[in-house]
Design a protein around this ligand. Sequence first.
Ligand SMILES: NC(=O)c1ccc[n+]([C@@H]2O[C@H](COP(=O)([O-])OP(=O)(O)OC[C@H]3O[C@@H](n4cnc5c(N)ncnc54)[C@H](OP(=O)(O)O)[C@@H]3O)[C@@H](O)[C@H]2O)c1
Length: 271
Amino acid sequence: MDTPPPRRIAFIGGGNMASALIGGLLRAGRDPAVITVVEPSEAQRDKLAQAFCIQAQPDADARLADAATVVWAVKPQLFAEAAAPCVPFVGAALQVSVMAGVRCAAVARASGSARVVRAMPNMPALIGQGIAGLFATAEVEDAARTEVDALFAPTGASLWLPCEADLDAVTALSGSGPAYVYYFLEAMMQAAVEMGLTEAQGRLLAQHTFAGATALAQQSPLPPHELRAQVTSRGGTTFAAISSLDDSGVKAAFVKALHAARQRAAELGRA
Ligand SMILES: NC(=O)c1ccc[n+]([C@@H]2O[C@H](COP(=O)([O-])OP(=O)(O)OC[C@H]3O[C@@H](n4cnc5c(N)ncnc54)[C@H](OP(=O)(O)O)[C@@H]3O)[C@@H](O)[C@H]2O)c1
């Protein structure tokens, strides 16, 4: 029996997120020859060639029609412009979009394919430690979901969601989430300097504290509030800090901030 030809995958846009996915596929053993990239920037095409030995093409053409999967990885505001020249070639493929805020219906309309998976990855995908929320339209078959799992697995963890609207919450939690962590790191570093440490010392202490505390939470069966209780003895230093945070309403303000992010994600999806 003849072996079927390898499934080809095309990326529209060859920037940061596409590079994270392509790098992951290659590390997982995918043949670079099955990957097509449409990328108008010559500098970016050179980067792809150097990093991955992939010859990206500046424009869409009939070679795209061989792709079983098309990954949309352009900025959301450039989607319509990027899609127009691809439309004649991509209608039979599974469409995977990593574009923030672009609804499945919009991808289906622009591509001519109802088989759409929408993903919300996050920035640590660039180092294989991201988490992606995934949603598939009803037309996406199980084999295609498996293909999508293989696409995102090298970039970190992933989570399938039953409703597309859940992706707005994912955007608020993990999509925007790295910025919240950096915000807290900034605050810890500012306090470090105010208390006489150097910025570098503050950064080292703050980063290791985040990494270590998160790793411990991942390994522990205890919920975060119990882990916190373990380092908070009444009248002690941590107690003083948490009491100060509570007096300033920091937790409530943080929860409100995530609601604002989800609201904005929903608005952008409607735009
Ligand atoms: N990076 C993240 O952490 C992250 C997280 C979640 C979701 N996303 C989503 O991922 C998508 C890509 O983000 P990114 O950070 O990878 O952006 P990026 O680095 O700017 O990559 C987008 C690439 O698309 C290219 N492009 C522009 N117009 C094009 C066209 N007509 N046809 C084909 N390619 C075109 C751009 O080239 P030029 O530079 O010449 O414009 C650029 O190289 C966005 O929709 C974003 O919402 C990213």
